[in-house]
Each structure stands twice: as structure tokens, then as C-alpha cells.
Design a protein around this ligand. Structure first.
Ligand SMILES: Nc1ncnc2c1ncn2[C@@H]1O[C@H](COP(=O)(O)OP(=O)(O)OP(=O)(O)O)[C@@H](O)[C@H]1O
Length: 310
């Protein structure tokens, strides 16, 4: 069973379609990245999943349940929206103790100590949250969201407004949560670099529709035929090497890509034969890499085609 299931979900506001026939699933233990431009409908999807907003048509399930109608299932879910949900006048520990009471957390003192250590705020436990930096508040917000050991946590833009160092802390924290607490993480994010590093699966939402839904690995693998980039010890040999490669039966194309050769192969297993042919022809090879596109390129391609009305 998938931890999150969205099937044929549509939603409009004031006659304007925001989500149109959106479907995807998130498996147990995955870190899922939900991507899309501003106003694409990412937060709307989360609100519908949490049962805070009614779907138009379609069906959503979290842990196999409809959270709008299931209090017990809601307790198995954590959520962090951009405002962190913290009271500025209360201390870090006081905020967590307040939520521990609401959630009925067992052994709250122990859990609070554990989480303050996890988010590296143990030495600030008694300071009012109003004195914290944006990054510290975000980390405490994440601790708040997972206080009751949810099985799945929804994080809406956890890195927004953070400097690169704080973004990295949040990224490491999410990975740690997934590993240590075996939590499924549903991440709304505009930070493609962050998503590429930590997410196993992504969906790209644009123009109200899912434009791509796949593992990061599959999405970033070179599209169409497999390709490798070959760097020669002497880049001046590029043109001659390209001619040699172009004559090989298992190579479908070769282009100079900066100082390297970008070779498109007829089949994925042809790389050793390509290397052998180049070495046999007297070329000296510095490096061979499987060619892949960045998540940013793929994202812009999908969002661009959606904006173009595709
Ligand atoms: N309660 C509401 N009433 C009317 N329109 C709404 C409501 N909630 C969301 N919208 C509209 O739905 C669209 C999607 O908003 P949403 O917040 O889901 O986008 P998002 O993808 O999370 O954007 P961002 O990345 O900027 O946070 C926006 O045009 C927004 O104005």
C-alpha cells in the first residue's frame, strides 16, 4: 500500500481550475519532492491530503485513510507549513511541551530532549523562540512536526528564506529523519538542488497537471538513448576522436561538448566497447561519465511546455 495516494484529483477556486486530474503515489519510507512554480497548487494538494480542504473531484488517501474523516489517522501524520507553528514568547522546550500535550506524546520530557539534540538546539532550550534566527525556528518547527513520531510528514517549503548553511542543516535533518525515524517525507520545494540531493521520487506540477512523475534517477538519466561523456587527455584530439567514434556500429552520434565528447549509444552496455575502440585507436582517455541532465533542466522543460499551453 502506498503511504500517499492521489487519484484523479481536481480542484478549482472561484471557477478557476487549479488542479486538473492529478494522480501520483508516494511509497512508504520515500522522500518525495513535489515541484512546481508559484501558484501551481502544491500547498492546495497538501491541504486536501490533510483533510483541511475538500477535493473537487477525485480521491486522496494518506496511510490508506481519508484524513478529513479519521482522527486516529491524523495523529499518525506530521505537518510543517511555512509559519513553523511556534509561539514566539515561549521557550523552545516550552513550545515542544505544549504540542506534546496536544498530541498526547508518551514520555514527553525524553522525546523533547531527544529532538532538541537532533536539531542542535539543546543549549537554547530555555530561550524564547522570538530570539531565534529563521533557520533555528525552522529546525524547531521540524522538531515540532515530528514530535509525536508520525509515519509521514508533510514539509511545505522547509528551506524557504534560509541561507545556504541553514538549508544544508535542514537537508541533513530531513535525511536523518528518513533514516532514523523511518518516516515518509512529502516535501514541497522550489530548491531543485535540494530535491535532487535528497528525494527518491519527484512529481512536477504545472498548469494544474502532473507533467512528470518518476524517480530522480530515471528523470535525470539522459533522455532517449543512453549517452556518455568522454574527456580526452589531449582535448585537441576531439575532432579526430569524434570521427572514429562516429564510425562505430553501436554509437548513434558524437558531438564535441566543450572539451569533451558526448557520445550517444545504441544500447546502455556499449560503454566498454566505446572505451576499447578509442584506446585501440591511440586516444588517451582522462575520464568517462554517464551523461545526465540536471533536475533543473528537466523541471524547466516541463514547466516551460506547460506555460506554452502544452
Ligand atoms: N482558499 C483559496 N481561495 C481562492 N484561491 C485559492 C485558495 N487557496 C489557493 N488558492 C489559489 O490556488 C492557486 C494555487 O495555490 P497554492 O498555494 O496551492 O500554490 P503553490 O504551488 O503552493 O504556490 P507557492 O509555490 O507559491 O507556495 C493560487 O492561484 C492560489 O491563489
Amino acid at each position: 500500500m502506498s503511504t500517499v495516494e492521489v487519484r484523479g484529483l481536481s480542484r478549482s477556486f472561484d471557477g478557476r481550475d487549479v488542479l486538473r486530474d492529478v494522480s501520483f503515489t508516494v511509497g512508504q519510507g520515500e522522500i518525495f519532492g513535489y515541484l512546481g512554480p508559484n501558484g501551481a497548487g502544491k500547498t492546495t494538494t497538501i491541504r486536501i491530503l490533510l483533510g483541511l480542504l475538500a477535493p473537487g473531484t477525485g480521491e486522496v488517501r494518506v496511510l490508506g485513510r481519508d484524513l478529513a474523516a479519521d482522527d486516529d489517522a491524523r495523529r499518525r501524520v506530521g505537518v510543517l507549513f511555512e509559519n513553523n507553528g511556534l509561539a514566539d514568547r515561549m521557550s523552545a522546550a516550552g513550545n515542544l511541551a505544549y504540542y506534546a500535550g496536544l498530541y498526547g506524546v508518551e514520555d514527553p520530557a525524553e522525546r523533547i530532549d531527544e529532538l532538541l539534540a537532533l536539531v542542535d538546539l539543546a543549549d537554547r532550550r530555555d530561550d524564547p523562540v522570538g530570539t531565534f534566527s529563521t533557520g533555528m525556528k525552522r529546525k524547531l518547527g521540524i522538531a515540532r512536526a515530528i514530535l509525536h513520531r508520525p509515519e509521514v510528514v508533510f514539509l511545505d517549503e522547509p528551506s524557504s528564506g534560509l541561507d545556504p548553511g541553514a538549508q544544508r542543516m535542514v537537508r541533513d535533518l530531513i535525511l536523518e529523519l528518513s533514516r532514523r525515524e523511518e518516516m515518509t517525507v512529502f516535501l514541497n520545494s522550489h530548491h531543485l538542488d535540494e530535491v535532487e540531493r535528497i528525494c527518491s521520487t519527484v512529481a512536477i506540477l504545472a498548469g494544474g497537471r502532473i507533467r512528470a512523475f518518476d524517480s530522480v534517477e530515471n528523470l535525470t538519466a539522459a533522455s532517449g538513448r543512453p549517452a556518455v561523456t568522454v574527456s580526452l587527455a589531449d582535448p585537441a584530439d576531439r575532432a579526430r576522436a569524434c570521427e572514429t567514434v562516429g564510425r562505430l556500429p553501436f554509437v548513434t552520434g558524437c558531438d564535441a561538448d566543450g572539451d569533451s565528447l558526448l557520445c550517444t549509444l545504441a544500447e546502455p552496455g556499449a560503454t566498454p566497447d566505446l572505451v576499447a575502440a578509442l584506446v585501440g585507436a591511440g586516444f588517451r582517455i582522462e575520464e568517462v561519465c554517464r551523461s545526465s541532465r540536471s533536475l533543473e533542466e528537466i523541471y524547466l522543460e516541463h514547466v516551460g511546455s506547460a506555460e506554452g499551453g502544452a
